[in-house]
Design a protein around this ligand. Structure first.
Ligand SMILES: C[S@@+](CC[C@H](N)C(=O)[O-])C[C@H]1O[C@@H](n2cnc3c(N)ncnc32)[C@H](O)[C@@H]1O
Length: 318
C-alpha cells in the first residue's frame, strides 16, 4: 500500500470525528483502485477486522465517503461491503455497548483499547478515553525525560491509555513500575482487559498494573509492596468539585510519603474555568506550587486530537 491514505487510516482507526478527517487526501474522481485502497486502509484494515470500531462511526464514515463520491458513476463493491464487516459486541443485557479504538502512534507502535460507546456508563466517565489523556500522552512522548526511570502511578486512569503507552516496548520510554488506578471497579476490569490486549506475551513485571483505588482510601492501599512513587499522573479528573477534598487528601498522602520529592502532571480539559480555578486555589492553600507545562505542539502530535477544547497541563510540586 502506498500510504496515500495514511492520515485517514490513523483517524478512522481511532474514531476521529468524521467531518474533520483529512478528506483532502482523497483526490476526485477516485478511480477503482484508489477506492479499493482507501477502504483497505480504513474499514478493511486488519486491526479493524479483528477489533472493530463502533458501528455508528463506520456508518458515518461510509456515508461521508459516499457523499464525496456522489458524482461518480462507479462505486467499488468494497465500500458497500465494508458495512457488512464484523461488529463490535454488546454486553449481555445490552445496556453498555463497547467497541474498539486503535491509536497508531508511530511505525510499529500502536495501542488498541476496548472502550464504552457512551461517555457515561456504569456510573463512571472512565470507560472511554478523554481528550486530556491524549494530550498528556502527547506531552509525555514529547518530554520523555519526564518519565524516564520513574515509578509512576496514575489516578483516575479510566480505560488505561496512558499506562499502556508508557510501557509499550516499541516506544522505549524506559519507565519503572507503572500502576494504573481508578475508583471504579468496571474501569479497573476494563484496564486489565486492555492491558491483556496490548501485552499478550509480556511478562507481568514489564506490563502496567491496574488496581482499584478511591482517592479517599489511598492510605488503605498496600503501598509497602510496591516501589516508591516518583511521578503521579492524572487526566481529566477535575470536573466535580465534590471530589476535590478526596483528591487533595490523596495528593497529600503521596507527597508526605516521599518527603515532597514528587511531581504530579495533571491534564485538564478547560470546560468550566471556575471549577479549574477553584481547584488551583485549593492547591495553593495546601502549599503546592503549580507550573504550567509547555504547550503540546499540535504538529508533533502522536494522537489525533481535534483541539476543539483547550487542554491545560500543569506540573504540581510542593
Ligand atoms: C473523565 S474520566 C477520565 C479517565 C481518563 N483519565 C481519561 O482521561 O481518559 C475520570 C476518571 O476519574 C475516576 N474518578 C473520579 N472520582 C474518583 C475518586 N474519588 N477516586 C478514584 N477515581 C475517581 C473515574 O472513575 C473516571 O475513570
Amino acid at each position: 500500500m502506498s500510504g496515500k491514505y495514511e492520515k485517514l487510516q490513523q483517524q478512522f482507526l481511532c474514531c476521529y470525528p468524521v467531518k474533520k478527517m483529512a478528506w483532502s487526501s482523497v483526490k476526485l474522481p477516485l478511480n477503482w483502485e484508489d477506492q479499493k485502497e482507501l477502504i483497505a486502509a480504513t474499514s478493511g484494515h486488519p486491526m479493524n477486522q479483528r477489533y472493530p470500531v463502533r458501528r455508528s462511526y463506520l456508518e458515518a464514515f461510509v456515508k461521508q465517503l459516499m457523499h464525496l463520491l456522489r458524482e461518480q458513476e462507479e462505486i467499488h463493491d468494497d465500500i458497500y461491503s465494508s458495512l457488512c464487516g464484523p461488529l463490535a459486541e454488546k454486553t449481555d443485557n445490552g445496556s453498555v455497548s463497547y467497541a474498539y479504538k486503535h491509536y497508531l502512534l508511530e511505525p510499529g507502535a500502536h495501542i488498541t483499547l476496548r472502550e464504552s460507546n457512551s461517555f457515561v456508563s456504569e456510573g463512571t466517565t472512565g470507560l472511554c478515553t478523554w481528550e486530556a489523556a491524549l494530550a498528556l500522552g502527547d506531552y509525555l512522548l514529547q518530554h520523555r525525560d519526564v518519565v524516564s526511570g520513574k515509578n509512576i502511578v496514575e489516578l483516575g486512569a479510566g480505560a488505561g491509555l496512558l499506562g499502556i503507552l508508557l510501557k509499550l516496548p516499541a516506544l522505549k520510554l524506559k519507565v519503572g513500575q507503572v500502576l494504573l488506578t481508578d475508583g471504579s471497579e468496571p474501569c479497573v476490569q476494563l484496564m486489565r482487559e486492555n492491558i491483556d490486549l496490548n501485552f499478550p506475551n509480556t511478562p507481568s513485571e514489564e506490563r502496567p498494573q491496574a488496581e482499584q483505588l478511591s482517592w479517599d482510601a489511598v492510605s488503605d492501599f498496600p503501598w509497602q509492596s510496591r516501589a516508591e512513587t516518583d511521578l503521579l499522573l492524572a487526566a481529566d479528573v477535575i470536573y466535580d468539585d465534590s471530589q476535590f477534598d478526596a483528591l487533595l487528601g490523596a495528593l497529600d498522602y503521596f507527597y508526605k510519603r516521599r518527603g515532597n520529592e514528587l511531581e504530579t502532571l495533571l491534564a485538564s480539559t478547560v470546560r468550566n474555568v471556575d471549577t479549574l480555578h477553584k481547584f488551583m486555589t485549593q492547591l495553593d492553600i495546601h502549599g503546592y506550587k503549580v507550573t504550567p507545562c509547555a504547550n503540546v505542539s499540535a504538529c508533533a502530535s502522536h494522537f489525533c486530537r481535534d483541539h476543539t477544547a483547550a487542554v491545560q497541563i500543569i506540573s504540581i510540586r510542593r
